[in-house]
Structures are given as C-alpha cells and as structure tokens.
Design a protein around this ligand. Sequence first.
Ligand SMILES: Cc1ncc(COP(=O)(O)O)c(C=O)c1O
Length: 358
Amino acid sequence: MSGLEFNARLRNIPVYPAAETYERSPDLVKLASNETPWGPPPKVIDAIQAQLETLNRYPDPDKSALRRAIADRSGLSPGRVTVGNGSCEILLAAGEALLEPGAELVYAWPSFSMYPHLAAQSGARAITVALDAHGRHDLEAMAREVTAATRLVLVCNPNNPTATALPVEAIDSFVAGLPRRVAVILDEAYVEFNTDQDPDESLDLLKAHPNLILLRTFSKVYGLCGARVGYGLGSEAFRLAVDRVRQPFSVNALAQAAAAEAIRHQDEVERRVELTVQERVHIEAELSERGLQTTESRANFAWVSLGDRDEGEVIAGLAKLGVIVRAGTALGQAGWMRVTFGTRSQNDRFLAALDTLL
Ligand SMILES: Cc1ncc(COP(=O)(O)O)c(C=O)c1O
C-alpha cells in the first residue's frame, strides 16, 4: 500500500518461485535449485582473489577476455559471444530486444520458470505448447504455433523441470523448418550433463542456422551460480541488440575473471559430469525400487512423479527432515517434485528422509 502508481504490465509479471534454501542452516540438504554441490576449484578462487584489489575500477563492459576464452573454446569469433549476468539476463534482454505488444513467442510448458517473464514484461503474447507424455518438447506442435507474429521460440534442452532431452538432429530439423526471421533460443543450461551428446555437437547447428542462439551458463556444471555469469552464442546482430537494452557493466569483474578461468578447466567439467551421472544412476535406481517413477533424466536433477501422494505433504515433510526439493506445482505440474543430484551423502539423506515419510 505504497500509493505509488506502477506500470500496468507489472501486474502480469510473475514472482519468481525461489527455493526456500537461503539463510538456512548449513547442514540443510539443498536439492532445490539445480546447483552443483562443489565449490569453485582453487585456480578459480585464485582468479577471483587476484581481482579484489582493482574493485575501485568498473569491470570491462566488453567482457573481452571472457568472450575470447568462450570463443576459443567454441570455435566462434568473439563478436558472436554475448556474456550476461547469468543466462537469465540474456534471456530477459532478448525478450526486450525482440518482443513488443502484437508480437508472439512460443515455448513448451512446463519449462524454465523465467520464460513467462518475457511476455509479461514486453506485452507480447506467449503461446505455450504442452510437453508430450514423456515430459519432452513436442517440436511438431510448437512449429504449428509459429505465425507471422512470432518473433521468438524458446527450446530448453535438457528441459527444466522435466530433465528430458531431444537429440540434436531433431532440433536441427525443427529450426530448419522455421522462417529465418524468427529467433530461436536453445537454452542449454544443462547441456554438459546430457550424456547422449557431446556439448560441442550443438555448436555445429550455428553454422546452418543464423537465427539460432545457444544459451549456456557458468551456473550449473561450472558451479558459479553465486557469481552470475551466462553466455549466448549466436549472431553479432543478436549480441549488439542485447547490449543495447541493458546496462553496460552488468557482469562484475570477479565474475568475469572466475568464468574466464573456469572454462579453461574442462578436465574438472568432465569429472563433475562423471560424478553427477553416477548419482543420477544411483537415485533413479533407488527411486524405482521405492515404486517412484521418474522421467529419463539427461540433466543434474530428477523429475519424480508422486503418484497419488499429497505433493504438499511430501515436500513439507522432507523440509522438516532437513531436505529441500522443489514442488511440481511451483514449476507448472502438480503431483511431481524436482530433486537436484547432490553428493552421495546428501542424496542418501534425501532417500532416508523419503523412507521416513513414505
Ligand atoms: C533452463 C535454465 N536456463 C537458464 C537458467 C538460468 O541460469 P543463470 O541465470 O544462473 O545462468 C536456469 C537456472 O536454473 C535454467 O534452469
């Protein structure tokens, strides 16, 4: 009741469903935000520390060193690399650069909970397309929704929250069938965990599709979500558009240095993927033994059907036992929960808490 007059669009902008893990005891088992359980490697911490004494200076607005490091790793020119304050910033900026009242965007649902913000902030119309019975994108149905008004299509692969992934070939033919004036953002926040494909495979799609943007992040496998860095790989025109709609210094100096160092340690990425896959196999087997069904996860989390159990009771019961997971209702599908894979001991605490409850 402040008496302030806000703009009319504000009413439509959803409140992001943040997990309840902040400011809680350190021995809480946090399996609610698809984070990795490991802190940054020592060399990344050194890179952050080396920046501390220059914090009186603004960060590099061009993010030159980081863009070069990403470009080297991706085989693209730095001009095609957009860096953001988390990949969320790039998503929202893309919405601002591409959308307006009268325009449309198409995405699957349930999918990443930031997507509804794009239409709400711009006044564009969101067309959502239901996932198939296995929790996968229905690309044919999505293609049918593309009209003369469509400016942007979002594809989340692997999809959050259902953890499923589509093969690169399916995405290739989907994008090939769309008009080139329509931007396609392939959100690959979890791509490193998808053992069906090498993360480099989707880079090849950029050669064939000038309207495609791959969206990736340092928040997941690199374990830097607290630093907030993500990146987009696409055309130079896309980068320039995104840069025009946001403030120049959005990616702080510590984050730029941390990410530029982290991307050099692909051996560490591989080690983390291997550990995560071991936990994926372990949790899926244990859940299945308990009669709980999951979708086919290609990410660092499981999407678990609770059958006819009361979702609210399960989530609250786990929280009481010190284990935080995400309720399906908050993510677009009641009767499910999303569980991030932690370390073996965290995962076993989750399983033990489930046994106490069920
Ligand atoms: C599908 C997807 N995309 C993007 C992000 C955003 O990540 P960030 O802004 O931390 O890069 C997330 C985070 O959970 C996600 O699940």
